[in-house]
Design a protein around this ligand. Structure first.
Ligand code: DGP
Length: 112
């Protein structure tokens, strides 16, 4: 079980900004931008490399949730970035797929 399952189960606190039957979103504990929210499926898929065709609707739903959160946070027009880190070289620390929604400042490219 990862820390994100504990957040879903309310075993540890988080600043939750969105929830439905499939997804949960909460503010990153170590924000890298003025708005830094993690959007996760409640079903714990570890990595992008574990994704199966049956997961497509769920993962697509996460993008719709990101759009709704961007609007609620007031960053839909100014812009934002969605990031999914995968594996060691991708910088993934938590083995439960999560989309980082970063916004509120001009983000550099390429990422480090
Ligand atoms: P990644 O490196 O892509 O696996 O990102 C994991 C993110 O999860 C990282 O930005 C910090 C965040 N994080 C880790 N533990 C916690 C926690 O207990 N609460 C919250 N809100 N965020 C966490």
């Amino acid at each position: 079980m990862t820390i994100f399952t504990k957040i879903i189960e309310r075993e540890i606190p988080a600043d939750i900004v969105y929830e439905d039957e499939l997804a949960l979103a909460f503010r990153d504990i170590n924000p890298q931008a003025p708005t830094h929210i993690l959007v996760i499926p409640k079903r714990p898929i570890a990595r992008i490399t574990d994704v199966e065709p049956d997961d497509e609707a769920l993962l697509g739903h996460l993008i719709t949730v990101c759009r709704e959160i961007a609007e609620a946070e007031g960053v839909a027009e100014s812009g934002f970035r969605l990031v999914v880190n995968n594996g060691r070289d991708g910088g993934q620390e938590v083995e439960h797929i999560h989309v980082h929604l970063l916004a509120g400042r001009r983000l550099s490219w390429p990422p480090g």
